[in-house]
Design a protein around this ligand. Structure first.
Ligand code: FFI
Ligand code: NDP
Length: 515
């Protein structure tokens, strides 16, 4: 049997961020491979009109958990949702719940974070730094704690190009930042944010770097490890290929491209697309949890969970495969036909934004107005382009992450564990993975029915015809205007017409001679 799977049996595990993309896959794998685990405590807040219990119920009844229910039919009894808000003091956890968590927890997986790039620094610090500090304080009071696993990001040091499995200090100490957030007002924070984040592109990467420093400083005697995944994408294999349930990272752009909203992007085709499937990240996380608890490394080990140095794929190849998949399985009700132009030039990119994105949106809004409906496409397009501009930093650069610790861990696993908790990204076939990713976006994220594919293809044909018709009409109008205003255009027109006439006469004469 797998050593890692049996390690988690009988354990009480605390997960933050369990309602998130990665947290759900982590829970699913734990229940499926270690159905005899004692309990999983999850810190959940009510959201979107749902109580914590309703949220858990919804997760357990989702497609992702179908296999779990076969292996572990009493999964509902093994999950304990603890009301908690990581933005509040002591996470607003009740005294009784806190007592239970402190006395029972064996392993902590800290996944919760704000992953928004444009979050206000105060909020990002609260969640990614202060909450991490508070959780470490809680963990230090857990007598049965065997390991604390912190999920960071490979981009926490994206201001560097070569990144080792070490913690790089930020100029200002996290404690100072936490203190200053308490008394500075929003306007001053806005003013100092660019200076604080320095050459990082956003508050997310900066606060995740501060979070790592906090982990290092507050580790005390605990067995701690940090995992740094790169861009987390849909599942590769488990529990089934292509599962994804949020718009982060490439998923949102795949939809925007498939629906024909986004047809070009400022991106470097040869830059490495460091995607990593979410099940690979989860397998590594569970292996790290086991290794950290059992082998108790002397220092805090950092594990890069990246693909670029072992099995690189680039954005050009990815865009090509996304488009190829949309040829076979198009999305329904596309706005325009999918296309993926990559340009590295800012002026060309602005030109395409005007011609290929904004102009069609304006024309469509004009059509909506004419038909008595409310125009909305320009607004949607502006928002999309703003969002895309925030991702551009990551698609125009390549990074090198060293993966010594991750490779060391792989060599420590038994062949059975290497199979059950596979995180060897060298085995990943990119073309197959991207195709499944696109299919997953269609099925699980957009909830589109595969039976609608013929209609979607028909719709794309109609869009192609409209496109040809529109271009022909545009050309004729432009030509007509030109002829009316320019003698030279008239001469060219006369030349073309007489040439065609002569050619036709010659053709007719030669065919008459043959008869
Ligand atoms: C020609 C084209 C061809 C393409 C072909 C395709 C080829 C492939 C090319 C691929 C290139 C990929 C590049 C990826 C690079 C990623 C690098 C990551 C590196 C770091 C990795 C990490 O370590 S970090 C984790 C990742 N972190 C994010 O990736 C957050 C980003 N993102 C935000 O920072 C915010 O998103 C941002 C943007 C501020 C907007 O913010 P925003 O407010 O304008 O828009 P939102 O997205 O919030 O919301 C808009 C509406 O979507 C609804 N919605 C929101 N989220 C939802 C959810 N999860 N599920 C359901 N629905 C959701 C929401 O409810 C709104 O709906 P409504 O309007 O009705 O309310
Ligand atoms: N996705 C990616 O591409 C990458 C992610 N990572 C890291 O992986 C981890 C998980 O990311 P991912 O699953 O994608 O992120 P999600 O945004 O999907 O999930 C974030 C989780 O944090 C929880 N959370 C946020 N704020 C609070 C709060 N105030 N109180 C309680 N819970 C809260 C969310 O709960 P709720 O559902 O209530 O909002 C959710 O469960 C993060 O640490 C992230 O930095 C690293 C690299 C890449």
């Amino acid at each position: 049997m797998s050593m890692i799977a049996s390690f988690y049996n009988g354990k009480s595990i605390l997960i933050t961020g369990a309602t998130g993309f990665m947290g759900k896959v982590l829970m699913e794998k734990l229940f499926r491979t270690s159905p005899d685990l004692k309990v999983i405590y999850i810190l959940v807040r009510p959201k979107a009109g749902q109580t914590t219990q309703q949220r858990v119920f919804q997760i357990l009844n989702s497609k992702l958990f179908e296999k779990v229910k076969e292996v572990c039919p009493n999964v509902h009894e093994k999950i304990r949702a603890v009301y908690a808000d990581l933005n509040q003091n002591d996470f607003a956890i009740s005294k009784e719940d806190m007592q239970e968590l402190l006395s029972c927890t064996n392993i902590v997986f800290h996944c919760a974070a704000t992953v928004r790039f444009d979050d206000h620094l105060r909020h990002a610090v609260q969640l990614n730094v202060t909450a991490t500090q508070q959780l470490l304080l809680m963990a230090s009071q857990m007598p049965k704690l065997e390991a604390f696993i912190h999920i960071s990001t490979a981009f926490s040091n994206c201001n560097l190009t070569h990144i080792d499995e070490v913690i790089y200090p930020c100029p200002v100490e996290p404690k100072q930042i936490i203190d200053s957030m308490e008394w500075l007002d929003d306007a001053i924070i806005d003013e100092i944010t660019p200076k604080l984040i320095g050459d990082r592109p956003n508050t997310y990467t900066y606060t995740k770097a501060l979070g790592e420093m906090v982990v290092q400083q507050e580790s005390g005697n605990m067995n701690i490890a940090i995992i740094r995944p790169s861009i987390v994408g849909a599942t590769w294999q488990e529990p089934f290929p292509g599962w994804v349930d949020n718009l982060n990272g490439p998923s949102g752009l795949i939809i925007a491209a498939g629906k024909g909203f986004l047809r070009s992007i400022r991106a470097t085709p040869m830059a490495v697309a460091d995607l990593i499937p979410v099940d690979t990240v989860v397998n590594l996380t569970l292996a790290v949890g086991w290794y950290t608890a059992v082998h108790r490394p002397k220092s805090t080990l950092i594990y890069h969970c990246t693909s670029g140095n072992l099995n690189p794929c680039n954005w050009g190849k990815m865009g090509f495969q996304v488009l190829a998949t949309f040829e076979k399985v198009p999305l329904e009700r596309a706005f325009r036909r999918p296309n993926a132009d990559f340009t590295t030039n800012t002026i060309t990119s602005q030109y395409w934004n005007a011609v290929s994105h904004r102009a069609p949106a304006i024309i469509y809004d004009f059509y909506l107005r004419l038909t008595g409906r409310k125009p909305r496409m320009t607004k949607v397009m502006n928002r999309l382009l703003r969002n895309v501009s925030m991702l551009e930093y990551f698609v125009n650069r390549s990074w090198e992450w060293s993966t010594h610790n991750t490779e060391m861990l792989m060599s420590e696993l038994s062949p059975e564990d290497q199979r059950v908790f596979n995180f060897d990204v060298r085995q990943l076939n990119w073309l197959e993975y991207i195709e499944n990713y696109v299919l997953g976006v269609k099925k699980y994220l957009l909830k589109e029915d595969m039976a609608g594919i013929p209609e979607a293809k028909q719709h794309l044909k109609r869009l192609r015809n409209i496109h040809y018709l529109f271009n022909t009409a545009l050309f004729l109008i432009a030509w007509r205007l030109l002829i009316a205003r320019s003698q030279m255009a008239r001469n060219v027109w006369f030349f073309i017409v007489s040439f065609c006439y002569k050619f036709l006469s010659y053709f007719r004469a030669s065919s008459t001679l043959k008869v």
